[in-house]
Design a protein around this ligand. Sequence first.
Ligand code: SAM
Ligand code: SF4
Length: 500
Amino acid sequence: MDGETANRDFAAEKFIKRDEIERYLRPGSRDFIDDDAIRGELAAHRRPDAARIRDILQKSLAIQTLDGGEVADLLAVEDKDLIAEMAQTAWDVKHKVYDNRVVTFAPMYISSYCMNRCRYCGFSLDNHREKRRCLSMEEVKREAEAMIRLGHKRVMAVYGEHPMTGARFIADSLAAIYSAEVDGKKPGAKNRVRRVNVNAAPMSIDDLKIVHEAGIGTFQVFQETYDHRVYAEMHPAGTVKGDYGWRVTCFHRAFDAGIDDVGLGVLFGLQPDWKYEVAAMCAHARELERFVGIGPHTFSVPRMHAASGSDVANAKSTFTDDDFFKAVLVLRLAVPYTGLIVTARETKELRDRCLRIGITQMDAGTRIDIGGYAAGNVGQKIDEQQFMLGDNRSLEQMIVDLARQGVITSFCTAGYRCGRTGGCIMDALKTGKEGTFCKINAVLTYREWLDDFASPESIAACTPVIEAELAQIAEQYPLFYPQVKKRYDRICAGERDLYF
Ligand code: SAM
Ligand code: SF4
């Protein structure tokens, strides 16, 4: 398709509902991200003293969202000892809210067709090198089966933005994923995907209702950059994604459509001022708290990596691993109840560093080429995926690596299936109650995975972790422990999908 036809067919005004932006704006039609105010706050908090930082850390430990000035103070800390204190508090906060588990998932890229022209992305309409593909529903199901065979229970479905992959298509693909089942080890046992999260473009309220009814888990949309000027540079005017307001209000519409579980993100590396992006994403979280009393379930911190046909993504970035670490650290402390996802874009070494400051979700065995799981593809081809990955470990390798660091991998999907989402989960997270469920459901799902998918060597490596977790449950929750043990024993005997 030539650019002119594309412009006509994909004109933004055909897809954007103006009134569904305007109702969420401030007086004067300004959105809630005030670049000048955020920059002003960062400038005014350049020299925090240690006592003030320690007060802020106490607030994080009490699982309270930090205000803009407090976030700016944390971002300004350079002193190594204070950073070490922040790291220790981040670890403590994470354990208080989510206990010792890391939830794992894998993305399923369903279509690489896109009508947008994001300058950093291999799927951009302007990139004629990309070999594009859109899976049929039968192929989606086969892809899900392949993922189930690898041991996955949680899928992140990912789509370019294109009329062909609108809300109905997304809903159908969720149904196809949920319909996939693979025989388990015991006769009659079936393995399935238990939760599908979605990373897709902003939608209208009516479209979001369609996706909600199809059983979406978390709805993820990354703002990429909150800086209005840089946003306009990266997303050409006239494209749907070029409309900042449509994107930044997408979660307001999601809540109004009944979706109460949302994930925010920034594409780090897109612009040099990463501190601004951290501060702005926290401001977005506070705005959602103000709007419905429910903050984001997750923060994602994708970082720009090499991508087919993109001068922006392939240019050298000034955003370092140390900056990345500090961004994660401040996010962990700033909105303490929020999950933090560091994907396989990053290397094992950097992910391990971030593990020690409290990230909560990691993907593994990741393929981001369309249909890559079912095809059994290995390696990466830049013109067949959105960008290049930094961690190519299999799911089993990552689980064993985490076990060697004393961390249990969780496949838990209980919260969403028991109705512990939205306002309900917010309270449970803030009071530490959810951490109990996290701990127990991690043990139950880990046992399933060990019995169904692990090699004898992996079982040996992971057993000390599950034994330690069980012992802690017995010690911390003596009255509840017999019920947990009963379900654990039923899983050992071959039953599946038991949770609290
Ligand atoms: N097309 C939808 C959208 O843009 O909202 C769905 C998401 S897109 C397939 C997934 C995410 O990948 C984007 O939101 C962006 O943050 C990230 N991404 C794009 N180009 C990237 C690159 N070169 N390196 C790393 N991540 C990238
Ligand atoms: Fe399309 Fe999303 Fe890539 Fe932008 S980031 S070109 S919207 S797939």
